[in-house]
Design a binder for this molecule. Structure first.
Ligand code: DX5
Ligand code: ZN
Length: 219
């Protein structure tokens, strides 16, 4: 199956003193999703923002919110994130003891269910859950911070995941998060990724909207 070329800018790198303007820019851009990074200071060594911000962003966002939960006990908050406007809810494999239950509790809210793997977690561990998933998010940096260096091993993980998905005939999408730029983005799309998250590369550029368009068409 051929992959799509979609972009999910991460508002972790947005200017929070003018978040509304940055969301408006994303609304007008070719961005496909708005990636929202939720950090609890426990699962990852950093804090970001939470449910009140997602609720407010969802009121003005014209693109679906792709909510990446870097938190322990995600089950506690799934309904609240769904109610606040999340279209996709991603939980970490490493944070879930009963992943099948968690995935189905996401689906029960009406949101799409996604599982994220840290850089050290192999793709084959998803074999028995892959057909239940709408998306898999592969971390291409260790989660917790924007602006880190891309981990090269990710390319072969994308290929392995693409094979796993194709073998089940599922419509599960592959999203990659961390260190995405024109060079890594091109190779990731070629390897079979559908969606690229990009934070610092988009918001740190002179013309974020143009950067989003160019990321979609890198060849
Ligand atoms: C990192 C977050 C990422 C982050 C990516 O833990 O999950 O979504 O915003 O930032 P960049 O694109 O700057 O690597
Ligand atoms: Zn993320």
């Amino acid at each position: 199956m051929s992959n799509q070329r979609l972009i999910a800018p991460s508002i972790l790198s947005a200017d929070f003193t003018r978040l509304g303007a940055d969301i408006e820019m994303l609304n007008q851009s070719e961005a496909d999703y708005i990636h929202c990074d939720i950090m609890d200071g426990v699962f990852v060594p950093n804090l970001s923002f939470g449910i009140p911000i997602i609720s407010q962003v969802s009121k003005i966002a014209k693109k679906p919110l792709d909510v990446h939960l870097m938190i322990v006990n995600p089950d506690k908050y799934i309904q609240a994130f769904a109610d606040s406007g999340a279209s996709i809810i991603t939980v970490h494999y490493e944070a879930c003891d009963h992943l099948h239950r968690t995935v189905h509790s996401i689906k029960d809210t009406g949101a799409q269910a996604s599982v994220c793997l840290n850089p050290h977690t192999p793709v084959h561990l998803l074999k028995d859950i892959i057909s239940d998933l709408d998306m898999v998010l592969l971390m291409s940096v260790n989660p917790g911070f924007g602006g880190q260096t891309f981990i090269e091993n990710t390319y072969q993980k994308v290929k392995g995941l693409r094979d796993l998905i194709d073998s089940t005939n599922s419509k599960c999408k592959i999203e990659i998060d961390g260190g995405v730029n024109y060079e890594t983005g091109k190779k990731l799309f070629e390897a079979g990724a559908d969606i690229l998250v990009a934070g610092s590369f988009v918001f740190g550029s002179e013309n974020p909207s143009e950067t989003i368009s160019k990321l979609k068409t890198v060849s």
